[in-house]
Design a protein around this ligand. Structure first.
Ligand SMILES: [Zn+2]
Length: 54
């Protein structure tokens, strides 16, 4: 994944998810589809879709 900037893209709908200050462990919610993404690492930026148990 060639992401070197601080841009999180929704793994579900590819919409950009904007966060003011990202930090490890943050949970960002996609404003388009509601998918939640957990920040795993800042440099390099890594994140993963958070699967909620129902
Ligand atoms: Zn989305």
């Amino acid at each position: 994944m060639p992401d070197t900037n601080n841009k999180v893209v929704c793994p579900d709908c590819q919409a950009e998810i904007k966060g003011e200050k990202l930090s490890v462990g943050d949970i960002l919610e996609c404003s388009e589809c509601g998918t939640e993404v957990e920040i795993l690492s800042i440099d390099p930026l890594k994140y993963q879709e958070l699967i909620e148990e129902k």
